[in-house]
Design a protein around this ligand. Structure first.
Ligand SMILES: Cc1cc2nc3c(=O)[nH]c(=O)nc-3n(C[C@H](O)[C@H](O)[C@H](O)COP(=O)(O)OP(=O)(O)OC[C@H]3O[C@@H](n4cnc5c(N)ncnc54)[C@H](O)[C@@H]3O)c2cc1C
Length: 383
């Protein structure tokens, strides 16, 4: 069977783009290796900037219907207990990936997209203007022909994306640096704010999500994880000792073990590659450090940037080379600066002395913290 477009990965980027192209009348196959709904490691903080992209791609109402928790403030607590609190530049949403990813995939289906779950793309091949995607579904292996392929497979890469970029080999030791774990809690009294607690070797983000729950998500080095005991409950106890403010926040809360998931390795320093033989969206192109809370907004925005170019390509108005050049130019213009700043911010906040100096300044002038975090937003999405 020959499709107009195959999109690999039904995260926010893949599902949002699929929906737009489906609505434009293209025959879109959206491949997802897992089934819905599923828990995903994420802070579940959907920044105010993401809402403009949701609106731009016609899926704002589908996400608003999930009744996300409003988040209007941000609080940072250093290892030494220095605290900075600042207003967010708009109302963010706390929303579980369990609900969000399923809703975006369902919205794409409603717009005519063919969603195929438990289907893993194992290779992408290109022959002139034609693409072939090899898909494994259980024991079945299928070859799908397509006029266009788009990679939205998150931080994973695919053999066959030329040049093949295996995330495990790109940045060597630094790559082994982070492990992500997340878990939902109930019975935690939490204001409408996102809170970041730093500890030796990582940080924890806590914010309210829909249904009165709270999401806790940590990013830590394997060494910190070893010190803390490797499970969310033992880590929670250890971090509460390293940063007592977290212990106070979670006091009386009950972890929901069925929501606990972990992921490794998380490489927030991998070089950007918005095009690797095909257009790469979201985390496939680059990962901004999670503490910026902007990964999903960037994923959605990259889908928004790609949609009109993919449409022009399918209509024959743009060559593959033209699509590549235009997408790369727009992508770099929007994301190079925020990613660079986000990485510097993460490096600084992980260094105890610098973090305390930063927090000290932030206490005196919270608008500086707001301005810095704003600078980690792409030019288009800044409100
Ligand atoms: C610890 C941590 C905390 C974070 N916190 C936040 C936060 O609070 N706010 C925020 O905005 N961002 C946060 N992020 C970043 C955010 O999770 C990502 O930026 C976002 O999920 C990127 O969306 P995506 O669509 O590009 O990729 P993903 O959401 O990763 O989706 C990719 C999809 O592709 C599927 N897939 C992969 N390979 C294949 C294949 N070969 N075939 C078929 N399907 C495939 C995967 O199963 C997945 O569903 C965090 C990240 C981490 C690691």
């Amino acid at each position: 069977m020959r499709r107009d477009v195959v999109i690999v990965g039904a995260g926010p980027a893949g599902s949002a783009l699929a929906g737009v192209l489906g609505e434009l009348g293209w025959d879109v196959l959206l491949l997802e290796r897992r089934s819905f709904p599923h828990h995903k490691v994420c802070g579940e903080f959907l920044s105010p900037e993401a809402q403009a992209s949701l609106q731009g791609m016609g899926v704002y109402a589908a996400v608003a219907a999930l009744k996300p928790a409003p988040v209007t403030q941000a609080k940072l607590v250093s290892r030494a207990g220095v605290t900075v609190q600042t207003a967010l530049p708009g109302c963010a949403w706390g929303i579980s990936r369990f609900a969000l990813d399923a809703a975006l995939a369902a919205a794409a289906q409603q717009r005519g997209v063919d969603l195929c779950t438990q289907a893993t793309a194992t290779a992408i091949r290109q022959d002139g203007q034609r693409f072939e995607v090899i898909v494994r579904s259980g024991h079945k292996v299928e070859s799908i022909q397509a006029r266009a392929v788009i990679a939205a497979c998150g931080r994973y890469s695919l053999p066959g994306l030329p040049p093949y970029s295996d995330p495990r080999s790109r940045t060597g030791q630094r790559q082994a640096g982070y492990v992500g774990i997340k878990c939902h809690y109930q019975q935690v009294a939490m204001p409408a704010q996102v809170e970041l607690f730093f500890f030796p070797g990582g940080y924890v983000g806590v914010n309210p999500i829909e249904g009165g729950r709270v999401n806790l998500c940590l990013l830590a080095t394997p060494a910190a994880l070893d010190r803390g005991g490797r499970t969310i409950s033992s880590m929670q106890e250890a971090i509460a000792l390293w940063n007592p403010a977290l212990g106070r926040r979670l006091a009386g809360g009950q972890a929901l073990p069925e929501t606990e998931v972990a992921v490794a390795p998380v490489d927030t320093y991998r070089p950007a590659s918005p095009w690797a033989g095909v257009a790469c969206l979201g985390d496939t192109a680059v990962m901004i450090p999670p503490l910026c809370g902007d990964g999903m907004a960037m994923a959605l925005r990259s889908a928004e940037l790609c949609a009109p170019l993919a449409d022009d390509f399918l209509r024959g108005k743009l060559s593959l080379a033209g699509w590549r050049a235009a997408y790369q130019t727009r992508w770099h213009a929007e994301f190079d600066r925020p990613v660079r700043l986000g990485r510097s911010l993460q490096t600084m906040l992980n260094l105890p002395l610098l973090a305390d100096v930063f927090m000290g300044f932030g206490r005196l002038a919270p608008f500086l913290v707001t301005a810095l975090f704003r600078a980690t937003r792409s030019a288009r999405s800044r409100p």
